[in-house]
Design a protein around this ligand. Sequence first.
Ligand SMILES: *Cc1c(COP(=O)(O)O)cnc(C)c1O
Length: 384
Amino acid sequence: MKRRPFDIPFNVSFLTGNESWYVADSLASGLLTGDGPFTRRASELLRPLVGGGSCLLTASCTHALEMTALLLNLQPGDEVIMPSLTFVSTANAFVLRGAVPVFVDCRDDTLNIDERLIEEAVTDRTKAIIVVHYGGVACEMDQILDIGARHDIPVIEDNAHGLGGSYQGQRLGSFGVMATQSFHGTKNIQCGEGGALVVNDSRYVERAEIIREKGTNRAKYFRGEVDKYRWVDVGSSYLPSDINAAILTAQLEAFDDIQSRRQRVWKAYDEGVHDWAEKHGLSTSMQVPDREHTAHLFFVLMPSNADQRALLSHLADHGILGTFHYVPLHSSPFGAGAGRPGPSGCATSHSVSERLVRLPLYAGMSERDSARVVEAVCSYVPQS
Ligand SMILES: *Cc1c(COP(=O)(O)O)cnc(C)c1O
């Protein structure tokens, strides 16, 4: 098989130029441990982007999700409703506490959790509903919050794709009792590995600080509220080094620029493939009138698995790396044993994952390159 390098990779981490200065500042200051000056700056920059909740930086979104499981006191046998079409961490964080993920199918348009199938999955053991705003397009939050309220079940947003997005004018990350953010290198705003827990229900704030600091009240001690810090609860070391927060600070300061660059690429795809997709009856990433998306990804849904593979290799022949996305958790080797699908099963998630192709999308992508991707996509003729 001939292999050619990809002229257009799938993702390139975008750097603003200030990251190395801030890292140098951090090293020079000697304040490298967690909760230093850059952690405070990054948290302040993050807060308005998620609608004003308390922001606690973590080493990853995975860690932030683990914190939500501890904060909700999940016990073995408790159930957590979540989409099947998501990253493993959405489930793993709860499985670590012995909880059982109940996987709900996705809608066939936004690919978000299908809100019409959530209520039938509720049992008297359901302790949380986790939503993921796929690609940064908001879930049907009105309906989902209503289900949560009627059954007294907290809603948590895994907002790894949704930083800066909105639903009916309100920022994503501000709807759930808690939300989690990712600053992994593949996300819109990144510091290599990083994340945050956003706490919107103030009842969880104090305990979140404790769990993040190895189960101690060190945060209170640093604020001068107690004379020494002690072991007061369970916990772990969930806070990032201030060096990571230095990189994150530079990224968050450039949030508007990074987002407008991504939106330009997204728009070029949306307009560029429109006629081709329509001609072949294919759906793509979409805009929904009452929500702002984050241009986290752009997908095309092919008619069949054969077409998914054929389009990926067609793109590769043009030097372009496209990719598939999540393998649904309900049918993954571990997820099939650790959790179970809701009453309606997860047929759409399965079908989507076999047919979805994501196009390369990064802030530093040139207009020429996005045009090349459009041209390559539109020269493909679906076989089925
Ligand atoms: C990336 C991602 C995560 C994990 O983020 P990390 O920061 O790598 O732990 C969790 N959930 C979703 C939906 C993601 O896309």
